[in-house]
Design a protein around this ligand. Structure first.
Ligand code: MRU
Length: 393
């Protein structure tokens, strides 16, 4: 995607493959800065602190993290320890484990001296495939958006199509194109008039910071709204469709995504607004059948709730990125980073292979080659409280 006329991906190799370049997303939209990741520890820290974030991008970053670990020490113990360290950085997005397993399974049978180069090739393949999958999601989503635009009553067909999105599922969350935003970019480039309602997405504000930044740089008309405005807009016919991304989708079509997605799905359902989820195959967890019961939900630091980061416009700090406290000293915060939207609230899934109902039959119709293990239908509803992971709870 474009920034000031230059095409960027979110991750690339530097120094002949001895380090990995990324865009520091903690500084956006206020400054566009690049970080170099040269070690396993730096890579794990970048994922945990959300220098890079978004399910597909953390998968690719993890894959390159294994490459860096193997450059330093290609032995079996190093491979196993690096896998564990990277996999523990963020527990909800399945793309991370998927990419780490793919690199580990590729390099483990090789002699140690060949492993780093093989890891580099596998990570690059994952990155390139991600771009291709996201672009295909964009093409399938564009067809859907054209259909929605044409089905509107004649008196509304001159207005832009209004799409609401939550969090950031754009190119910054992937290697390029994005998932939920790919159809929007395709529509905009194809001349379909489109306007995006951007949920700010507290507490980390990925919508206000990242989605608004992306859409602005691509020239897509958009408006940032507070997270609680969506229901009101839907009641007043100001939303034609909701499109979100996902961090993990069960084989039955339950969708885990940024906290607050579930409430948007409920409001969409109540108002008859179609609710679409865009995802590549790497986000499907074929081992799980019940998203609410089985998907681990990351709990991040409570400080992300009690404090907020932004550009100061005050006094000597004007122009600096500062963090300010929102809630009273001593008030506790709780910060589950994701929630699960049951498949029954999802109108359809937009994948790189086409659009499907959010159901096991729907997904199997697109991905017939995946066979889930037989033991996974056991539900563990009794352990819901223990599925909240992380340091801030
Ligand atoms: O905590 P984040 O910013 O990594 O969460 C990102 C999301 O929830 C995205 O919507 C999801 O990863 C889909 S991105 C293509």
């Amino acid at each position: 995607m474009n920034i000031d006329g230059k095409a960027w991906r979110t991750i690339w190799l530097e120094q002949g493959g001895r380090s990995v370049g990324v865009i520091d997303q903690t500084q956006l939209p206020h400054s566009f800065s690049i970080r170099s990741l040269a070690t396993l520890d730096q890579t794990a820290e970048a994922i945990a602190t959300m220098v890079v974030r978004g399910a597909p991008l953390i998968g690719v970053t993890g894959a390159y993290g294994l490459m860096l670990a193997l450059q330093a020490d290609p032995g079996d113990a190093s491979l196993a320890a690096a896998f564990e360290q990277l996999n523990a950085t963020r527990p909800t997005a399945i793309n991370l484990r998927w990419a780490l397993e793919r690199v580990r399974d590729r390099v483990a049978p090789l002699p140690p001296a060949e492993r780093a180069a093989a890891a580099a090739a596998e990570a690059a393949a994952i990155a390139d495939e991600d771009v291709a999958m996201c672009e295909a999601i964009g093409d399938h989503g564009l067809a859907l958006l054209r259909q929605l635009a044409d089905e509107r009553p004649p008196e509304r067909r001159q207005e832009p199509l209004n799409v609401l999105t939550h969090c950031n599922a754009g190119w910054l969350a992937t290697v390029d194109w994005g998932t939920a935003l790919a159809p929007i970019y395709k529509a905009h480039r194809a001349g379909l008039a489109i306007h995006v309602w951007v949920d700010e997405t507290r507490p980390r504000n990925q919508g206000a910071n990242l989605t608004a930044f992306e859409l602005g740089r691509e020239g897509v008309p958009h408006t940032v709204i507070v997270d609680n405005a969506g229901g009101h807009l839907m009641q007043h016919d100001l939303v034609d469709a909701v499109i979100v991304g996902t961090d993990r989708t069960t084989r039955t079509g339950d969708v885990c995504n940024k906290i607050g997605t579930y409430l948007k799905a409920l409001a969409a359902f109540d108002n008859g607004v179609p609710f679409y989820v865009a995802l590549p195959a790497s986000t499907i967890d074929w081992t799980l059948a019940d998203g609410v019961a089985e998907i681990p939900i990351e709990a991040r630091s409570s400080e992300e709730v009690t404090h907020i980061q932004g550009l100061s416009s005050v006094g000597s700090a004007a122009g600096e990125l500062v963090t300010v406290q929102l809630s009273p000293q001593g008030s506790e915060g709780f910060n589950p980073a994701f929630d699960v939207t049951p498949a029954r609230l999802v109108t359809a899934l937009i994948t790189e292979r086409g659009v499907a109902p959010a159901s096991e039959e729907g997904l199997r119709g697109l991905y017939g080659e995946f066979v889930p293990p037989p033991t996974t239908s056991v539900l563990r509803r009794h352990s819901r409280r223990r599925r909240i992971h992380g340091s801030g709870a």
